[in-house]
Design a protein around this ligand. Structure first.
Ligand code: ZN
Length: 739
């Protein structure tokens, strides 16, 4: 048998710099520091018949070559720095098993580690099927002869990826990196749902030698490689783009990665000519970008990975599998039969999927994110708002091809990308609702803080974590911001503490309460001192923020507990006092500016979240167990009158709440996992999911008072989201501080 490997080295190309166009830069030093960079390409077109992946309807093998397939490698960095290698492959999906095997082989002979190794595949649907990807694509068993060819090609591709990496490493010589962003318009959202998002960004990375000649071009575009569906080998628009760029930059090697294009198809599509047309369009735009002003990449390359797991939704029971096995839809029935067979063999079905999140950051110049699988466009758009989009590059279809990766929105909408395609990838069921949150959290953990986007550029009403999971106890409560933008909340790391999170994200214990005291609600008075509802000791505590001196400002044995507190314009506090055990014995207390306590409302159940309207004339208080929201009119002496019901929620609890400057109320709903925004008259304006089931309280801060901070007890952390108008308390404290 002819060894497929021995012939491979002969066709490995490395970039040779002929007299092609040079990158535009008057001063070569302006396009990045000198690095050691190598690039190589290898032909991976099989010379025997093999079944293609991508479409379940093509079940015949093919050996017809309409366009050759290739794998390419870009190696950045000397051995003493630890080289990073990015491989691009013309294939529907390269599984982690190939990556692991190549890494294992490289470990013995190179300095390449998992953090510094990325494989991005083009997702062309006209390349051989690989073992371990889309096992149920055909909704029937693949004949043994076809399986043998698939296995043979899988092994050969593994060899060739190893070889192209070694060739790129061997090719390393002095070079510079620079990048820019263009736009290409042929990707169209393919889902039949009202929300039609797209990402037309085309990031372009240029590698030049010291004379400015182009040696390599890397592009990334968020679109399926599905212009054609013929039973031929073809690298679709990604391959056509590479050919066009290599034609126009003689001697250079072009590499194509794919962005979050899982829900994007090329438009129009259906012919070989259209694949070429899209590729040429992308190449033209890349050329335009390369000919313009590029951003130099000077920073040190730091590569990081985080292995997380994505939970599947509740798995079907045996009875449900049996029902699914009787489905008239072949793909569903086949998938169910396979899983029933697993159960029959005593196997346990997986409840989660391992998922490798990777970031490469070049100092503060450029961050690349690599996400496995078919990632929908929401992720790119989300990351480009969470982080500075002018320095961010998102590659999906990288390092593994486990399945589609829907956002929370796409998961809820359903459809093919939302869960329907899981049967083809042989995953037991759709993902659990927190899939997006897990992935975004991992990227947040990996990315340097210097890449965070300005709050002003972030989307409204989309929550993201501020502190790590478990950074607080499940008693996390009370958030309040001081005028400098620090966030304080109780029970950081352990009970009885007050935690402090600075505007740049540093979290620490600010102080520990003495004796048996334990805090709940926190507020800052106009003079900057902190007030804490000490619910175990029936105290209102005052903290001098300069000296951290703590004193009992008010005490009342008749309170069950002071739970939450609201500050009135006259400097007095209203304290909610829920009666968790006996019905109708709860109430509201007023503590005047001298610390004198009196009861101002009684015969309530479990009053909890509490705040005063912007005009100081209305006190809002909710009741947790009755899940309703009341309003009182505040009389000039601070007494309450005209109690009226604004909202009676049909379900779930109510907890802390705050007003914005317009008097809208943000009310936390434990159990429901949302903050509800209500108009001053109690009309629901929107609900904001907070990435956990148990939001306990909320406050406003950030640079403009428009960042909401929510304490969330299920994941024991603080989450944040941007809002349209500043919080009332923030505005009042800033009026005081900055007249
Ligand atoms: Zn796909």
């Amino acid at each position: 048998m002819k060894s497929p490997v021995s012939s491979v080295l002969g066709v490995i190309r490395v970039a040779i710099c002929l007299l092609g166009p040079a990158l535009h830069a008057a001063d070569p030093a302006a396009i990045g520091e000198i690095r050691s960079i190598g690039v190589a390409a290898v032909d991976i077109t099989p010379d025997y018949p093999v079944r293609l992946s991508g479409y379940g309807s093509r079940r015949e093998e093919t050996a017809t070559v309409a366009q050759r397939l290739s794998a390419k490698a870009l190696a950045i960095g000397r051995d003493d720095e630890g080289p990073a290698v990015l491989v691009t492959v013309d294939n529907m999906g390269v599984p982690y098993t190939i990556r692991d095997e190549v890494l294992r082989r490289l470990a013995g002979k190179t300095k390449v580690t998992s953090d510094r190794f990325a494989i991005s595949f083009s997702h062309t649907h006209c390349a051989p099927m690989l073992k371990g990807v889309g096992a149920n694509l055909f909704s029937m068993d693949i004949p043994a002869g076809h399986l043998a060819a698939i296995e043979r090609y899988t092994n050969e591709l593994t060899d060739k990826i190893e070889q192209v990496v070694l060739a790129a490493l061997a090719d390393r010589k002095p070079a510079r990196l620079a990048w820019g962003r263009g736009e290409v318009g042929f990707a169209a959202n393919r889902r039949k749902f009202p929300i039609q998002r797209i990402d037309h960004d085309l990031p372009v990375l240029g590698v030049t030698d010291l004379d400015g000649k182009v040696r390599a071009i890397l592009t990334s575009y968020a679109c399926h490689c599905t212009t054609i569906a013929f039973n031929v080998f073809h690298s679709d628009w990604a391959g056509a783009a590479q050919l066009a760029l290599e034609r126009d930059f003689p001697g250079a090697i072009a590499l194509t990665a794919i962005g979050c294009g899982a829900d994007q198809n090329p438009a129009p599509r259906g012919t070989l000519e259209l694949a070429t047309q899209h590729g040429e369009e992308l190449a033209d735009e890349a050329k335009r970008v390369l000919g313009g002003k590029l951003a130099p990449i000077r920073g040190k390359l730091t590569c990081r990975t985080k292995e997380i797991s994505l939970a599947f939704d509740k798995l079907p029971t045996r009875e449900e599998w049996e029902e699914l096995a009787a489905s008239p839809i072949t793909s569903i029935a086949y998938h169910a039969r396979k899983n029933l067979a697993r159960l029959d063999r005593g196997e346990t079905l997986p409840t989660e999927l391992p998922y490798l999140v990777q970031t490469w950051t070049f100092g503060d110049d450029l961050a690349m994110v690599f996400l496995p699988g078919e990632v929908v466009v929401d992720y790119a758009l989300r990351l480009k708002s969470d982080f500075d989009k002018t320095r961010l590059w998102v590659n999906a279809y990288s390092n593994d091809a486990p399945c589609y990766i829907p956002s929370r929105r796409v998961l809820e909408e359903g459809g093919y990308e939302g869960g329907g395609a899981m049967v083809y990838y042989d995953r037991p069921t759709k993902f659990a609702p927190d899939v997006e949150e897990r992935i975004i959290s991992a990227v947040l953990d990996l990315m340097p803080k210097s890449y965070a986007s300005r709050p002003e550029d972030q989307p409204l009403f989309v929550a993201k974590p501020l502190t790590a999971e478990g950074s607080f106890t499940d008693g996390v409560e009370g958030p309040a911001c001081d005028a400098a933008g620090n966030v304080y909340a109780v029970n950081f790391a352990r009970e009885q503490t007050i935690g402090k999170i600075t505007p740049n994200g540093k979290a620490e214990v600010f102080m520990t309460l003495p004796g048996e005291s334990d805090g709940n609600g926190i507020r800052f008075a106009r003079d900057g001192s902190m007030f804490i509802a000490d619910y175990t000791q029936h105290n209102l505590l005052r903290v001098d923020m300069k000296t951290k001196a703590l004193s009992v400002f008010a005490h009342e044995d008749l309170m069950f507990q002071p739970n939450d507190l609201a500050l009135a314009p006259d400097g007095s506090f209203y304290l909610s006092d829920p009666d968790w055990e006996w019905d109708e014995a709860g109430g509201i207390w007023r503590v005047d500016s001298q610390g004198k306590v009196r009861k101002v409302a009684e015969q309530m159940g479990t009053p909890n979240g509490i705040d005063v309207s912007p005009d100081g004339r209305t006190l809002y208080v909710n009741e947790s167990i009755a899940h309703c929201l009341w309003a009182f009119t505040i009389l000039p002496d601070g007494s309450l009158t005209q109690k009226r019901l604004l909202v009676k929620f049909p379900d779930f609890s109510c907890d802390g709440m705050r007003c914005d400057v317009d008097g809208n109320l943000y009310l936390t709903r434990p159990g429901k996992g949302v903050v509800v925004k209500l108009s001053p008259t109690g009309q629901t304006l929107r609900e904001i999911p907070v990435l956990g089931a148990q939001p306990t309280n909320i406050c406003f801060g950030g640079p403009d008072g428009r960042t909401a901070y929510v304490t969330e007890a299920e994941r024991m952390r603080i989450v944040q989201f941007r809002v349209d108008r500043p919080g009332l308390e923030w505005q009042l404290s800033h009026q005081k501080q900055t007249p």
